[in-house]
Ligand binder design. Structure first.
Ligand code: BTN
Length: 253
């Protein structure tokens, strides 16, 4: 069995036989204590996984990874939360790319991990703020590993098994994910913001490509992703204009 090679992420690993949501469990822990930084709550049987914007996250029992890491990025101002999003997204990207070196793995803004045009992993980051600083973070990550049929999870789910034809050992992947999380988090903590941003943009889905999108009012348009603004919004070239979008304002089609 693989050994965990980290300083703090995953050194305490609560591997739960079953839980509604690892994010909810982590938040309940935070509400009554201050667990050590890097504690990871993991399960292979999550019964009520939570997704972005109030959605749910489907995971067949004993097929996938669902985990939440508690971090205290008190070195980050609340206005820079997107840097943390970039760091967690890159950690999950690193793991998936490691498993699928020959596949087109990318990060779909803001934090979905894609293989081609299919979603293989989702991230739900919940920050608690104190004034202008981040007090604590629950970084929730779900990766589709050995699941081959999906009922609810849009859009276009895929898994490591579907993409590689091989089953993957779940516990090993959890340890590898802890290592990637720590490496990227330490990069962020060391202030290496520019390389993080560059890596994020280098792996961003549809970066620099003209493609179809839909506004929240239903109008469709062609645009090109040209970057991310300081608030983490998607910067797009639309005709001769530059427009910025937040999560609820744009849909990839
Ligand atoms: C999304 O893409 O909508 C985000 C999905 C996040 C799912 C993970 S699984 C582990 C953690 N616990 C949850 O309840 N959600 C996140």
């Amino acid at each position: 069995m693989r050994r965990l090679n980290t300083l703090f992420v995953g050194q305490t690993l609560l591997q739960l036989p079953e839980v509604d949501s690892t994010n909810s469990f982590a938040q309940a822990l935070l509400s009554k204590s201050k667990p050590q930084e890097g504690i990871v709550i993991s399960t292979f049987c999550q019964t009520a996984g939570r997704g972005q914007i109030g959605s749910t996250w489907e995971s067949e029992p004993d097929k996938n990874i669902s985990l939440s890491a508690i971090l205290y990025p008190d070195f980050l101002e609340a206005k820079d939360q997107f840097q943390l999003n970039q760091c967690i997204s890159l950690a999950v990207f690193d793991l998936v790319k490691n498993c699928l070196p020959d596949q087109p793995v990318s990060i779909k803004w803001p934090n979905d991990i894609y293989v081609g045009a299919r979603k293989i992993a989702g991230i739900l980051i919940q920050n608690s703020l104190i004034n202008t600083q981040i007090r604590s973070t629950v970084a929730g990550i779900g990766i589709n590993v050995n699941q081959t049929a999906f009922v609810t999870n849009p859009p276009n789910p895929t898994s490591l098994l579907l993409e590689s034809g091989q089953e993957h050992a779940l516990h090993d992947l959890v340890l590898q994910l802890c290592e990637h999380l720590e490496a990227r988090y330490l990069q962020l903590k060391a202030g290496k913001i520019v390389p993080l941003q560059q890596d994020y943009l280098r792996h961003l889905y549809r970066f620099g490509q003209l493609a179809d999108y839909q506004r929240s009012n239903g109008d469709t348009f062609k645009g090109t992703i040209i970057g991310i603004d300081e608030m983490g919004r998607l910067r797009m070239e639309v005709g001769s204009e530059i427009e910025c979008f937040d999560l609820k304002e744009i849909r990839f089609i």
